[in-house]
Design a protein around this ligand. Structure first.
Ligand code: PXG
Length: 290
């Protein structure tokens, strides 16, 4: 495996960074997760836009232009001879010293990893997933805006630990008022009486690229879809529920806090949306060869 590190390809075993990198010392940096399907990178521009927006907010200067970054992503896929892959871009603040001041870090680092990812076992896509709500709440937007995909994922990791400790595969986080926000690495949707809902991002959720695609696909399928605030009660009494994310894609949820959702089997709307999403990923994308 060849890792892209600041313009060079380095074998995985040699891809190392300084212990003084603020990405390691403070989680100071940003990242993106992108998928490549059959030689075409899905929604590359949207992912790169989000990466540069995250960097701008935390005042991190990325050494590559948007176009250079796009080339670097495609080159990384080529260097690893991957056609179906998960691409992880990591931008760290770079090497500094002990102490928070990012001004001490002279140059940010660009790391691109292209690999495979399986967030959940295959059979869960057929059977459906069990989720639980966890004690760890989403970070309020006024503390750290959820649109910043920062290297600091500790609250999401705590949420994941809490779910796994209870035997559930995924954690649903609530905001401090008790409204559903998102899962540890995916957005959530519920469906009831012809309406598809996902929490508004201002409650404390990432504006997922898959989330937005699903909203568009739902409209194309003639469904009523929108952002909406909901509590655990609406989740328990939904007809269908599913999660979305680049890594997770679309995965049905059949149980939440031990309450069976709908029929207890993945629903028809979820199935249709998964199908439409798969077709879209086969149709669209930036070719590796471009
Ligand atoms: N919420 C959070 C907190 C995320 O991190 C999503 C939702 C889904 O967004 P997209 O744009 O992918 O539809 C994410 C996505 C990883 C990894 O290890 C990355 C994410 C989730 C899980 C794992 O690269 N990010």
């Amino acid at each position: 495996m060849q890792i892209y590190m600041d313009g060079e390809f380095v074998p995985k075993e040699e891809a190392k960074i300084s212990v003084f990198d603020h990405g390691l010392l403070y989680g100071d940096g940003v990242f993106e997760g992108i998928r490549c399907y059959a030689g075409k990178v899905f929604r590359l521009t949207e992912h790169l836009d989000r990466l540069y927006e995250s960097a701008k907010t935390i005042m991190l200067q990325i050494s590559l232009s948007h176009q250079e970054m796009q080339k670097a992503v495609l080159n990384t896929l080529r260097a690893n001879k991957l056609k179906d892959a998960y691409i992880r871009l990591v931008i760290t603040r770079g090497e500094g010293d002990l102490g928070l001041d990012p001004g001490k870090c002279k140059k940010s680092r660009v790391i691109i990893i292209a690999d495979k990812i399986a967030l959940y076992p295959r059979e869960l896509y057929e059977r459906g997933l069990e989720i639980i709500t966890v004690p760890t709440r989403s970070i309020p937007a006024e503390s750290l805006n959820p649109q910043v995909k920062s290297l600091n994922y500790l609250s999401n990791i705590l949420a994941k630990i809490e779910a796994i400790n209870e035997g559930a595969a995924e954690a649903l986080m609530l905001n401090t008022e008790g409204y559903a926000t998102e899962c540890s690495g995916d957005n959530i949707f519920i469906f009831k009486r012809g309406r598809l809902l996902t929490p508004p991002t201002y409650l404390g959720a990432l504006e997922g690229i898959t989330r937005n695609i699903i909203m568009d696909l739902a409209k194309e399928l003639g469904l009523e879809v929108g952002e909406g605030i909901f509590t655990r009660h609406e989740l328990y009494n939904a007809e269908e529920c599913f999660l979305t994310g680049t890594a997770a894609e679309i995965i049905p949820v059949v149980k939440a806090d031990k309450r069976i959702i709908g029929s207890g089997k993945p629903g028809e709307v979820t199935r249709k949306l998964r199908e439409a999403f798969t077709k879209l990923t086969a149709r669209e994308g930036t070719p590796i060869t471009s």
